[in-house]
Design a protein around this ligand. Structure first.
Ligand code: XMP
Length: 319
């Protein structure tokens, strides 16, 4: 009978057979899919695998360091940390149109990935954490919005351009099966249960122009919100939760003084697949406590709102 353990063994056998003694490059995002793919392939072929982690400077608090620690130090997987925050943030300076943001990030992502990947000598394969629903989506909605959702992590067109063959060991799996496989591979539960995070990162949670100052504030506020959610034991009930920093300053009072700082919006939704979503019904106590904490702990924010829009008509992200 079918178990995830036997699926794992079979997948490892197939990877070895396909790759032989050649080298594989894997783009790591820190998300569940690419992480499971990387650990699986590493189990199959060891250091014939090199991961490339493109850090665009739009990650959450400590996220870059955590990914590097986990894969390089914990799993001993050869990992190139492509720290290109200056390039990305520089190119995004003055950009406030959401589509231009996405396209700029997507284009740079591919350039950067290619630059680092081409430094790995003798690589013949590119590994991707493509899932079964991705395969279906890109076939049936070709060109439609569902394709652009993941456009930036599937480094489209790159394999041909670089003369690489694809390795996609998760192609037959659904998301919950990938999580199961992750458990089978010994990935920590805290990692497997992580909320999805979009490829363009904090860029699409910072409507208007992105500045380092705003990103810094956003990271801190987001960390407080997630901490609150974990403390109240709500993390696993929620599909996604995050803070968006609004492109507006508002007046407040703090102690004896007047403040003039950014407003932020909290967003938390339940969903099955991200296609539709409902806002999460936090208690007023939770919301009040969280707003107080964010405003007290995060310099630069003096007003906090809760986004109660469902999808549709809203989207989960703000851009
Ligand atoms: P929306 O905002 O469209 O998001 O309701 C639906 C789901 O997709 C994620 N998302 C993205 N993921 N690249 C990604 O990898 C993207 O450009 C992107 N845009 C949205 C979003 O976080 C949510 O889970």
């Amino acid at each position: 009978d079918w178990t995830m353990a036997s699926y794992k063994d079979e997948a490892i056998r197939k990877i070895r057979e396909t790759v032989g003694d050649r080298k594989v490059i894997c783009g790591l995002s820190g998300g569940v899919d690419s992480s499971v793919a990387a650990v699986l392939i590493h189990e199959a072929i060891g250091d014939q695998l090199t991961c490339v982690f493109v850090d665009h400077g739009l990650l959450r608090l400590n996220e870059g360091e955590d990914v590097v620690k986990m894969f390089r130090d914990n799993y001993n997987i050869p990992l190139i940390h492509a720290n290109e925050a200056d390039l990305f943030l520089g190119s995004l300076e003055g950009v406030s149109d959401p589509e231009v943001k996405r396209k700029t990030i997507g284009r740079l992502f591919i350039d950067v990935f290619q630059k680092y990947a081409s430094q790995i000598e003798g690589a013949d394969f590119l590994a991707q954490g493509t899932l079964y629903p991705d395969v279906i989506e890109s076939v049936s909605f070709s060109g439609g919005p569902s394709v652009t959702i993941k456009s930036h992590h599937n480094v489209g067109g790159l394999p041909e351009k670089m003369g690489l063959k694809l390795v996609e060991p998760l192609r037959e799996l659904f998301k919950d099966e990938v999580r199961e496989l992750g458990r089978e591979l010994g990935l920590p539960e805290s990692f497997i249960g992580r909320h999805p995070f979009p490829g363009p990162g904090l860029a699409i949670r910072c409507p208007g122009e992105i500045t380092r100052e705003k990103l810094e504030i956003l990271r801190k506020a987001d960390a407080v919100f997630i901490d609150q959610i974990r403390k109240h034991g709500l993390y696993d009930e929620i599909w996604q939760a995050f803070v968006a920093i609004l492109p507006v300053r508002t007046v407040g009072v703090m102690g004896d003084g007047r403040t003039y700082d950014f407003a932020c919006a909290l967003r938390a939704v339940t969903s099955v697949d991200g296609m539709t979503a409902d806002y999460y019904p936090f208690t007023h106590d939770f919301l009040g406590e969280t707003a107080t904490r964010i405003i007290n702990e995060v310099k630069g924010i003096n007003r906090c709102t809760y986004d109660i829009t469902s999808k549709p008509p809203g989207t989960i992200e703000w851009e």
